[in-house]
Design a protein around this ligand. Structure first.
Ligand code: SF4
Length: 252
């Protein structure tokens, strides 16, 4: 009896073309390295804009930030974290009062529920400490892969690439890391970002997206990588002068 043909191969052993090929990245390795080098000159030590005082408050702040702005979350959490900066204190405060503190944030009812549930879970399963692995973090109510990546990077210094709306847009618009879903874009970026730039890449991309390569209309004349960018949407090939950004666009 004939051996069955291996999957995706014809009887002659050649590929039949049923495997989806990943499109070639249009950037050379040197170009990618140069893009991140310039981002590093603009923002040598970028930071997230969500205020927090310890890993626990960071988890809460990131979980609250879904479909909300960092500024809006900070406004609400400043008072909340003054009275509750540990899982114990959050539980003592209770869901109704947490809800009052965060009611200016979208989806606050559900988020208040999650904050209480994740505080309980931290006490029950992790001795009140925020765990460091993605697998453990994503067991917490309201914590998905993106939140886990942000917490791992910002609280524990573990290089990850959380994909938010800006990172997703830049991956596709610049054709650096195309993908339909955040997971696809994350995987594509992780394949190309030079290791020594990975730690800050998340913030560089977010801040570049927030302040320059904006959603509605990219401001290419202010862009330091305009000569390298291969976006069909770019409006100039002349890069802006490379210099450290002023504090208000630095991400502090
Ligand atoms: S050149 Fe324009 S489209 Fe390209 S990264 Fe810069 S701002 Fe975005």
């Amino acid at each position: 009896m004939d051996n069955p043909s291996p999957k995706n191969k014809s009887r002659s052993g050649k590929r039949t073309g049923t495997v989806a090929r990943r499109p070639r990245n249009p950037y050379s390795k040197d170009e990618i390295r140069e893009i991140f080098r310039r981002f590093s000159v603009q923002r040598p030590e970028p930071k997230g804009e969500l205020e927090h005082v310890n890993p626990f408050t960071l988890v809460v702040a990131v979980a609250l930030s879904a479909q909300a702005t960092d500024v809006g979350v900070n406004r609400a959490t400043r008072a909340l974290f003054e009275v509750a900066d540990t899982p114990e204190k959050m539980l003592a405060l209770g869901e109704d009062r947490v809800r009052d503190y965060i009611k200016t944030i979208g989806l606050y009812r559900n988020k208040a529920k999650n904050v209480i549930a994740l505080s309980q879970k931290l006490l029950d399963d992790f001795g009140g400490e925020v765990p460091k692995t993605r697998e453990e973090l994503t067991t917490l109510p309201g914590v998905g892969r993106k939140t886990a990546n942000v917490v791992m990077s910002m609280a524990f210094g573990i290089p990850t690439l959380a994909v938010d709306t800006h990172v997703l847009r830049l991956g596709n618009r610049m054709r650096l890391a195309p993908g339909k879903t955040p997971d696809e874009v994350e995987a594509a970026f992780l394949r190309i970002i030079p290791e020594d730039y990975l730690f800050h890449a998340h913030h560089w991309l977010i801040l570049h997206g927030r302040y320059c390569c904006k959603a509605r209309k990219p401001e290419c004349e202010r862009c330091v990588v305009a000569d390298l960018c291969k976006s069909g949407e770019k409006t100039t090939d002349i890069p802006a002068t490379l210099a450290e950004m002023p504090a208000q666009e630095f991400g502090v």
